[in-house]
Design a protein around this ligand. Structure first.
Ligand code: PCA
Length: 217
């Protein structure tokens, strides 16, 4: 059976929770179109996260990978187009580390592009009434780091990329008075968008397998 890995991040910065961590429990072990969804929480720690990611990719050998994280302030779901070989943090990570203009992967390519079927996912969201878009920057923090390293490890043949989600209602409610109100998408809607992206990935894996198994003419 095909395995799809879904990752989310723990809380970081001023945010008391992370909707992508909340989403993981809704999907762990789910079967979608003949694929099994497996999940992994990632630490917001630039030194520790690479080891956790590397280990889970090696152990699960997934056929597709959907990484997800919070982009507080964004107003819709967004699929990242690319990850850059740069670490440059506006806030320290959860271990207190900070980087400026640093190389993420010494000697690695400048960038990796998403190998997710971006347009197919956008189309499915559109048809289901979930507005979303392709983002041209994943930032230069942990989410960019995770996408870069996953693509670096997996190579081009495993569909892999990053989905950023807006704040959810609990983050919007937790925004301290005096700070501008945080745009949010209800957690249920965030989960629906993630689920639809997983549907597209599972469908793509299923049809690729069908083609392989079809008798030659
Ligand atoms: N968002 C951060 C890191 C963890 C997360 O959920 C980012 O966009 O880099």
């Amino acid at each position: 059976m095909n395995r799809i890995l879904l990752t989310g991040f723990e809380a970081f910065g001023d945010h008391p929770s992370n909707p992508t961590l909340t989403a993981l429990s809704a999907f762990e072990g789910q079967r979608i179109a003949g694929a099994q969804v497996l999940t992994q929480a990632l630490p917001v720690d630039a030194a520790r996260m690479p080891g956790v990611l590397e280990e889970v990719l090696r152990r699960l050998q997934p056929q597709a990978v959907l990484l997800s994280g919070l982009a507080a302030g964004r107003v819709q779901l967004s699929l990242e187009r690319a990850a850059l070989n740069v670490l440059d943090f506006r806030i320290p990570d959860n271990a207190g580390a900070s980087f400026q203009d640093a190389e993420l992967c010494p000697g690695g390519p400048d960038a990796y592009l998403s190998t997710l079927p971006l347009r197919a996912i956008l189309g499915t969201w559109q048809a289901a009434g979930v507005p979303g878009y392709v983002s041209d920057t994943a930032g230069l923090y942990l989410c960019n780091q995770a996408m870069y390293l996953a693509r670096h490890q997996l190579g081009p043949s495993v569909p892999c990329g990053f989905l950023h989600v807006p704040a959810d209602e609990s983050l919007a409610l937790a925004q301290p008075p005096g700070k501008p109100p945080l745009p949010y998408l209800p957690q249920q809607e965030i989960n629906r968008g993630i689920g639809l992206a997983l549907d597209v990935l599972a469908g793509q894996l299923e049809s690729a397998q069908g083609e392989k198994q079809a008798p030659g003419v």
